[in-house]
Design a protein around this ligand. Structure first.
Ligand code: SF4
Ligand code: SF4
Length: 112
């Protein structure tokens, strides 16, 4: 009798799992998904590189490049808080699969 009740209860319930990848759960608001770099105000000071514990960021002032190795990043957000120009933010979206994000600024930086 107990088993029958269990079967009836489970048949009337919604599934406990999702049909991933067709049904993807929206990320939590505070989820640390991926680092976003906006080069517009970057002065290539290298503070983010110095603050990054696993050396995931490489900044080259002369060539105006900013590079992030997503495989090294541990999402500590030290670079986000440490950037004096608010160039780095964190998104709650999951990162796309890919080996490396490389961003090279094409316009000269305009310090404010
Ligand atoms: S992202 Fe911010 S901390 Fe990093 S080099 Fe640019 S201005 Fe400096
Ligand atoms: S979040 Fe942390 S580990 Fe990732 S790039 Fe920024 S400082 Fe480095």
């Amino acid at each position: 009798m107990g088993m029958l009740n269990l079967i009836i209860a489970n048949v009337s319930k919604k599934p406990a799992t999702r049909l991933y990848p067709f049904e993807i759960r929206a990320p939590f608001k505070e989820f640390k998904g991926r680092i976003i770099f906006d080069p517009a105000n970057c002065i290539y000071c290298g503070i983010c590189q110095k603050k990054c514990p696993p050396d995931a960021i490489k900044v080259t002032k002369a060539e105006k490049t900013w590079e992030l190795n997503v495989f090294r990043c541990i999402m500590c957000t030290e670079c986000v808080g440490g950037c004096p120009k608010d160039c780095i933010t964190i998104s709650n979206e999951r990162p796309k699969t890919g080996a490396k994000e490389y961003i090279k600024n094409v316009a000269p930086a305009t310090p404010k």
